[in-house]
Design a protein around this ligand. Structure first.
Ligand SMILES: Cc1ncc(COP(=O)(O)O)c(C=O)c1O
Length: 473
């Protein structure tokens, strides 16, 4: 197979000629050409095997044979739109409903996370009759115009904040205003949302929705304090708005203990709208919005049809069903708990050894390693994170950094990521950090710089235009 392929340099130059440079590559100085994927592994054109620690889209593993087979079999029989009766779409809606609280019982099928959040926005506005949205700082909710507007992660580098958008602080108990030593960070952060809502109302604005990722990922692998969601929901409901939980990166059992990440906040909390994407189709473009009868009825009352050409097709639904089957058969949720706890434990040992690791946080296979310049100030170690990631890639481990300071190493691997993978990745990380510390010690001037450490262009620090808002994945 490899002989039929273009040389890597040719692929790169064709890509540079034909594709917009806005569509960025990982490791732009030395991009990786990937030709095959299997389970938690990706293979380059030379047969090099990489451990994939970041692809939460290949949820049950790259090219899982049962998912591939389901798509292939359904493709051979029928693939059409959802205006005809078909069992797959109803079977799939039924299976998804079994994973959710009873109240979330109406489903819309779409093709991407962005489409799901855009529909959530329309539903919220139609149901409430209001226009405005409260979002968390540094959030990303998709690439459509409507979603760039509610994504501080992007709009801060574009046209800025629209008058109908209101930004509340991230409930980050490591670096935010209320930290681990605060007696009740959940209430304190929820009160920030209340304050943002009140300020908006004083200007005559009316809140349609509060959007948040159930675990803010682009914001830096944040684990919101328990109780935050229900407190926020109270404030938002009182303002006449709805709570939208974006589960696009974090749903489908990734957190281990629960199928949905919002469930980490307790049984009593139920969002009004849940949006799903990425992992839902293991790479096939599927997305979904689940909501209540009340919200859906308000949308239906317009009399306007909701039609989505590809959304909910027999093939998409066959794939979605296969993903759920694999999750169950291979007990991947329990696996995420087991491997995630092991990985967290190994990473905590690294924190004890390397002062650059300021915090290790996570749940299941959603883990962040927060690199800091100084334990006391918790200043993001942006360049160091970039260096670590580049070195890991040289060691055939794919990891990325995110967060406002692009200093949080984020683990969100396919759910089949193993104990051995965890051990190997942490061993390599340990070696890289040890070596880096050596270099820094022997370097009299600025930390890593002249000591033969490569930095890709644009990695100049937190908030820099080139580095920020690049690519959530
Ligand atoms: C939290 C979150 N919401 C929404 C989206 C948009 O999903 P998509 O790229 O499938 O449109 C993303 C994509 O990165 C995301 O991370």
């Amino acid at each position: 197979m490899a002989t039929d392929q273009r040389a890597k340099a040719d692929t790169l130059s064709l890509r540079q000629r034909l594709l917009s440079s806005s569509c960025r590559l990982f490791f732009p100085e030395d991009p990786v050409k990937i030709v095959r994927g299997q389970g938690q592994y990706l293979y380059d054109e030379q047969g090099g095997e990489y451990i994939d620690c970041i692809n939460n889209v290949a949820h049950v593993g790259h090219c899982h044979p049962l998912v591939v087979q389901a798509a292939h079999e359904q493709n051979q029989v029928l693939n059409t739109n959802s205006r005809y009766l078909h069992d797959n779409i109803v079977d799939y809606a039924q299976r998804l409903s079994e994973t959710l609280p009873e109240k979330l019982c109406v489903f819309y099928f779409l093709n991407s996370g962005s489409e799901a959040n855009d529909l959530a926005l329309r539903l919220a506005r139609q149901y409430t009759g209001h226009q405005d949205v409260v979002v968390l700082d540094h959030a990303y909710h998709g690439h459509l115009s409507s979603l760039i507007d509610i994504s501080p992660y992007k709009f801060r580098y574009l046209d800025g904040q629209k008058e109908w958008v209101h930004v509340a602080p991230l409930p980050d108990t490591y670096r935010g205003p209320y930290r681990e030593d605060h007696p009740n960070p959940a209430v304190a952060y929820a009160n920030e949302v209340k304050r943002v809502v009140s300020n908006a109302q004083e200007k005559g604005r009316k809140i349609a929705a509060f959007f948040m990722e159930s675990l803010p990922s682009v914001g830096g692998q944040i684990i919101p304090p328990a109780g935050y969601f229900s407190q926020v929901a109270e404030h938002i409901h009182r303002a006449g708005g709805v709570f939208v939980a974006d589960e696009i990166q974090v749903g489908f059992g990734r957190v281990g203990k629960h199928f949905w990440a919002f469930q980490l906040q307790g049984e009593d909390f139920v969002p009004d709208i849940v949006t799903m994407g990425k992992s839902i189709g293991n790479g096939h473009p599927i997305a979904c919005v689940a909501t209540t009868q009340a919200v859906s009825r308000a949308f239906e009352a317009t009399g306007v049809e909701y039609f989505n050409t590809f959304g909910g097709s027999p093939v998409s639904c066959a794939v979605g069903l296969a993903v759920l089957d694999v999750l169950e058969k291979e007990q991947l949720q329990a696996h995420a708990t087991c491997v995630g706890s092991f990985l967290m434990e190994l990473l905590r040992q690294q924190k004890a050894k390397h002062p650059i690791i300021g915090d290790v946080r996570g749940v299941g296979l959603f883990i962040g390693v927060d690199l800091v310049q100084d334990e006391a100030t918790r200043m993001p170690a942006t360049q160091e994170a970039d260096y670590v990631i580049t070195r890991l890639k040289e060691n055939y481990i794919l990891l990325s950094a995110d967060g406002p300071g692009r200093n949080i190493l984020k683990f969100k691997p396919p759910m089949c990521f193993s104990l051995d993978n965890a051990q190997l990745v942490v061993t390599k990380l340990d070696a890289i950090l040890t070596d880096m510390e050596e270099k820094v010690r022997s370097c009299e001037t600025l930390r890593l710089q002249p000591c033969s450490v490569k930095h890709p262009p644009g990695s100049t620090g937190p908030g820099c235009r080139a580095a920020a808002g690049s690519r959530p994945s």
